[in-house]
Every structure is written in C-alpha cells, then in structure tokens.
Design a protein. Sequence first.
Length: 526
Amino acid sequence: MTDAAGTSVPDGPVVRTPSGVVRGVTLPSGVCAFRGLPYAAPPVREGRWRPPRPAPAWDGVRAADRFEHQAMQARVFGDMQFRNAGMSEDCLYVNVWTPAPAPASPDAGLPVLVYIHGGGFVAGDGSEPRYDGESLARQGVVVVTLTHRLGVFGFFAHPELTAESPEHASGNYGHLDQVAALTWVQRHIAAFGGDPARVTVAGESAGAFSVCALMASPLATGLFARAIGESGGTFGTTLPVLPLSSAEEQGTAFAAGLGAASLAELRACSATELLEASGRPGTPRFTGTVDGWFHPRPPAAVFAAGAQARVPLLAGWNSEEMTGRALLPEEPTPLRARAVLTELFGDRAAHAEAVYPVSTPAEAAQSLTDLAGDRFIAYGTWKWLDEHARTSGQPVYRYLYARPRPAPVEAGVTPNLAGGVTRDGAAPSPPATGAVHSAEIEYALGTLHLNPVFAWTADDHAVSALMQAYFVRFIETGDPNGPGRPHWPAGRPDAHGQVTRLRIDVETRAEPEPRARYAFLDAVWG
C-alpha cells in the first residue's frame, strides 16, 4: 500500500472520507487512531491572518499515523507535552479516535466529542497526551482533537485586515479555525462512525472560553448539539473579548513596534519574528474581538438575550484554580486579608468579608484562595452557567472538581502555580491543598496513565472512572446521569434562589452552590 505521495505505508484501518482515503493505526486496545488530518488549507504566506480555506482533496491513500505540526507558540507552560511533528504556521489538523472494531461503519451513528485544548490562546496542541481520545473511544465515543492558530497568528486585529475583509472583520482567526474544524466534522465524521447530529464540543481553560464563544457565534449555529466547559467562559476579564477598535489599536501598536508600516510588511515577517515580538514585555495578549462577524456583538449580550446556541451545557471549575498567594504572598492573617479585601473592593470590603470570611488565619487562607480562583476563572464560568440556565431553557449541569492530585513520583518535583510541575533548580511552590487549574483533564478524559509525573492511586482511578462515566453519558444523551453513581441535578435556582452543583471527589455528592459569593462578585463586576 502506498500513500498519496507514493510512499509505502504499513497496513492499518482505512476510511474513505469526502476528501480522500486515509489509513490510520490500530492501537493495542483495538481503538483506531487517525492522526494529522487536514481540516483546512495551511494558513501560510498570503493565508496568514485570513479565514481558513477548505483543505484540498487528495488522490491515493493518505497516511494518518502521526500528529502534524503544533501552532506557533512559546514554551510558556511546563505541564505541556507534545507528540507532534514540530512547530509551524501549517497547523490546521484534527486527530480522530474511533471505537473498536474500527473503523466503525459509516452508519454506526456514534456520539462525537470534539475537544479544544487549553493554553490561554498562546499555547497548547491537540497532540498532548492528556487529551488523548483512546479511553473515551473504548467507551463508544468518536473523539476529535484539533489544533488552531494561537496568539498573534490567531487573534491579531489590524485596520488593514479589517479593510481587506469582505466581512470588515479581523482578529478571530483562531475561532474561525474552530468553526472550520466543526464544519469538517459535520462533513466527515460519519465516515468514522460518528453521528454529526450528536456532536459535543468541549474544552478546558482557553478551550472552555472557546466553547462559550462558539455558543455565542452565529457562525457555529447547528455545528454541535451539546457543550462542555472546564474552567473558563467569556465573562470576566481573564481572556477578554475586546471591541474591534481596541483590538485594532493593539495591532497597530504591535506593528509599529516591529517597524512594519503596512500589512504587506507584516506578512513578509517570518513566523519566528512575529512569535518573538509577541512575547516581548509589555506586549498585550491577543484574544477575541467583537468583530461584527464571528462575534456580531459581545457574547454577554448574546447570552443575556437568549440568542446563544440553546444546547445542554455541563461546566464547572476546580477548587483551587489559583493560589491565595497570588493576592497575599505573606502568611495570611485576618489583618492582612482584610487589607487585601479593602484594596480590591474599597467601601464594599465589609460585604466582601461576609462572603469571604477571614476571622482566623485558616479561614483567611481559604478565602483568599477562593477569591483568587474566582477572580481568575471561576466567576466567569459561573456567569456563563447562570446566564445559560436563565435564558436558554436547556439543562445546565454545574460541578466543582475538588480532587487534589497526588504527590509526584519524582523527588524534587512539585506542582507549580500553572498546574504543571517545578523541577530541581527552580524555586518550588508549596503544594496545593485543592484541585489546581487543569488538574481535572486527565481524570475526565481517562489519561492518568499518560501522565507519569504523579503517583496515581486507586482513588484517583476511581474518580477518573466516575468522571468519564458522567462525561460519556452527557455526550451520548445530554444528561450525565446514569445507574450506579450519585445523581447530578440540573442546576437551576429553586424557589429560594438556591442552586445545586456536583462536587466531584473521592466522595462525590451534590451540594449547594455558594451563590452569595458569586452574586456579590456579579454586583461588583457584572
């Protein structure tokens, strides 16, 4: 057997897609993996900062046995491990895992999960082991991961880009890539046994921000039937969606810093030049824009009007999304904690203390950790859930993930503030007492065995099995509940305004949401 370039390729499962024939690999479990499938043409040269174009079809058999390139990015998160071909602007590829026996017949009608990686819109890749789709595929789900443009390549806005666009839009190329990937899934996934009418779009951190953005965008209408968000939403200020004029001002200033007087000169820059320039101190992070096309109006306004995708939503955050040391590096005391609340909330500090009590050192430490996590990502996720529950008429399943990771296997390695690890030679951070940002990914996707850093226990594997069971059932039906596990109530306010969420840990249980805390933040920030 030869591939599209005439090179001999080993035997493997063959799928005939609308774009051409692909040959993947069969894993020891029987799951079949198809890696590095193009969902759009390479966004290089004149394709830089333009919407994705359809990928060309091919003749012969395309080898799909290895991951393709990751998007251009700096090494910013120590917990990211990649299995790809390297870094390039040529990065618009998906990876597909199909259940055994595979490939499943095109009329199998299996549920589909499309997972968008995290990384703050500046890093990450669909090849990361923690996003591996084998475990969920073994449970009957067709899993797709994707890579999209990041940072200055994915979210750069500029007046000349807006002027050349038929839609008079610029700045959301990474999100347009995600729409293109979901469109590819609609056209191709039946060939892998998936049901295009049963697609769940999911993601963590920037991936969850993306899911929220896709729900608010008319360009993604009809491309998915349910949504999962892990720690993130386009409410709050962590990854803001800027007015186009503000994003254009940022882009103009960036170009001036490079000495580029025109869009042509910017496109003539090498990818390395642009990446290095975007990492200079003082350069703003490029995120989404209200461009009039992908985002015709701010996502918050779309959700407030009930104009978002009206699909079941499962979302939540972790118990220690950020350490309290981000607010108070010193040992927490009631006096010091009150000073922090006064600095942040001014004449509302007394109200803040009512929902973030600090009367003892232990209470102060916990409240500062809660507040740091809420400011970072929990409040924005809460607001997304709350607005969707209020305006969509769809079930909303809320969670708090509270299982801390176990101790690392290797001496001299400690978890760091980003959720990764710090090795010998760097100042270690004190161990987290809760579940840090990104800690749930391996549990939810069944990839604990692919992360050798931590000494996973039987309890960890039990939590992972439970979380996968909830996720798989939701992907199948839009409701995570099933036999043999604690009931997960749909989180809508009751007659007393109380909301219930699921606390996921060794002892998983439903519990009241600390609604007064988020109502206070909403009054301050909303």
